[in-house]
Design a protein around this ligand. Structure first.
Ligand SMILES: [Zn+2]
Length: 267
């Protein structure tokens, strides 16, 4: 019996990539990628030990950790209790090294007196990203918040004034100071603040753990709790916080996972 089980298992392992899955997701997903899947309404969906939140129609948001490798294992349980393991293969992304010089020293090695502020900033951002609202804006198609040259890619390893620093977890779009920045999807504003590193910063919640962040704004033109329609102006491009020139730093999150905004835009 054991031998037969092994043979069957061995046979399954040699089959080509699984043909389709019950999640309405691609069989291969990309590091830092954002996806919207769908299962039969009434099912339960698990990613490891985490039960994913499904809309009443069965939609769910999902993001791949930017450094994840190998297979992602889901477990789908249908309304009758039948279980279906679902596996997705992760495609690796290549991340470059980016040197940025000429930054003020206090922005590379912050003075002691601002460390408490930086920690408080970071806690507020984390809290804004735990928002788990029932909005379904995340199912829409993203538009560019501003058009311009991409001046910094997601995942770049950063060397600031010669010092290795944490990786770049957003996308930089260079544009003249004062250029309008627009909401890439509808949502609700969950943070408007002036932060040490990211300057004037806005976070928008798009529902089901999906949020976007806009940094270095010259002006933020929205308030906490404001509802936004896709394309509404949220502020203007600037160089506040740690920036060498006017640009928008745009970040996309699925809960705490930082995702690559370039992957949701298409060309
Ligand atoms: Zn940036």
């Amino acid at each position: 019996m054991k031998l037969i089980a092994c043979l069957i298992f061995g046979l399954l392992m040699t089959l080509p990539a699984q043909a389709g899955n019950r999640l309405d997701l691609p069989d291969q997903v990309t590091q830092g990628g954002f996806y919207v899947g769908k299962v039969t309404p009434g099912s339960a969906l698990w990613l490891g030990k985490t039960k994913l939140k499904l809309t009443p129609e069965g939609y769910f948001a999902f993001g791949v950790n930017w450094q994840q490798e190998g297979m992602i294992k889901f477990r789908l349980v249908d309304s009758a209790g039948a279980e279906y393991p679902q596996r997705l293969q992760v495609i690796k992304q290549k991340y470059d090294v980016q040197h940025i010089n000429g930054l003020p020293k206090k922005m590379v090695t912050p003075p002691k007196e601002v460390l408490a502020r930086i920690a408080a900033d970071s806690a507020r951002v984390k809290k804004a990203r735990t928002t788990n609202s029932p909005r379904q804006d995340f199912r829409g198609h993203f538009i560019w918040p501003v058009r311009g040259r991409i001046s910094g890619n997601f995942g770049n390893h950063r060397i600031l004034n010669g010092k290795p620093k944490s990786p770049h977890t957003g996308m930089d779009i260079a544009a003249p100071k004062g250029t309008p920045v627009k909401a890439p999807l509808g949502g609700v504003v969950t943070m408007v603040s002036d932060l040490y590193y990211t300057g004037n910063t806005v976070i928008i919640d798009h529902g089901y753990g999906v949020s976007t962040v806009f940094a270095h704004l010259d002006k933020a033109m929205v308030r906490m709790g404001q509802r936004l329609t896709q394309g509404d102006q949220i502020g203007t491009v600037g160089a506040t916080g740690r920036a060498t020139g006017p640009h928008l730093h745009w970040g996309l999150n699925w809960y705490k996972e930082r995702l690559n905004p370039a992957l949701v835009l298409g060309e």
